[in-house]
Design a protein around this ligand. Structure first.
Ligand SMILES: CC(C)(COP(=O)(O)OP(=O)(O)OC[C@H]1O[C@@H](n2cnc3c(N)ncnc32)[C@H](O)[C@@H]1OP(=O)(O)O)[C@@H](O)C(=O)NCCC(=O)NCCS
Length: 177
């Protein structure tokens, strides 16, 4: 029997109905959002409509729980560069009931497998706030290595926060399998 619990799939405009409330939760606003603004259904639909038809330089994935066929989060490969063969990874689990079940780890591994084995990328990196302990643990479990600190890089809730750069190279990833 397969141990897979989630699958990656393309996003659709209808997913916005599920995902826009996630965008306004404290966890996503503090740890994930690159801007401070609240999101309504119209903004989420416009954003999904734009990215859902993009392959390069941004590929987005809906993370779907296989048991319920429900969208529980999203993962991304951003700024895919086919000269340097690099991309920036990002993920969130929006459905609180789907957190802590290993779904983010499976989705991260599936997304970087796609990056290395389908896009033939060489390096996948990410930026994570230094105080995002769950995400750093997740990335360490997926064999990303810490490479450095971007000091006082983002302004959140009245103070500057450091970000950590983490990355995994294709040869390190291949050694795991
Ligand atoms: C970060 C996030 C994706 C993690 O999701 P999750 O559902 O907790 O992750 P998983 O259940 O797949 O856990 C992944 C691994 O990290 C470990 N882990 C997660 N949180 C942990 C914590 N606080 N302490 C120790 N280990 C932790 C788990 O034990 C698991 O390892 P294991 O499978 O070997 O046991 C989720 O909390 C989220 O979406 N947060 C808001 C948005 C965000 O921060 N995105 C990342 C921005 S860089």
């Amino acid at each position: 029997m397969s141990s897979e619990k989630i699958k990656l799939r393309a996003l659709t405009k209808d997913d916005a109905k599920v995902s826009w409330p996630w965008r306004n939760t404290d966890a996503i606003r503090y740890f994930y959002s690159g801007h401070p603004f609240f999101i309504n259904l119209e903004k989420e639909e416009a954003w999904i409509e734009k990215i859902a038809v993009s392959d390069l330089p941004l590929t987005s994935f809906g993370i779907e729980e296989m048991q319920s066929n429900s969208l529980i989060g999203m993962s991304f490969l951003k700024d895919i560069n086919l000269i340097h063969r690099t991309a920036e990874f990002a993920i969130f689990i929006g459905d609180d009931n789907a957190k802590g079940k290993g779904y983010a780890k499976e989705a991260t591994l599936k997304t970087i497998t796609f990056a290395f084995n389908n896009l033939n990328l060489h390096r996948v990196f990410l930026k994570v706030q230094e105080d995002n302990h769950s995400a750093i643990k997740l990335y360490e479990k997926c064999h990303f290595k810490k490479e450095g600190t971007l000091r006082e890089c983002v302004y959140k809730n009245g103070h500057y926060v450091n970000e950590v750069i983490m990355a995994i190279l294709k040869n390190e990833f291949l050694l795991l399998s």
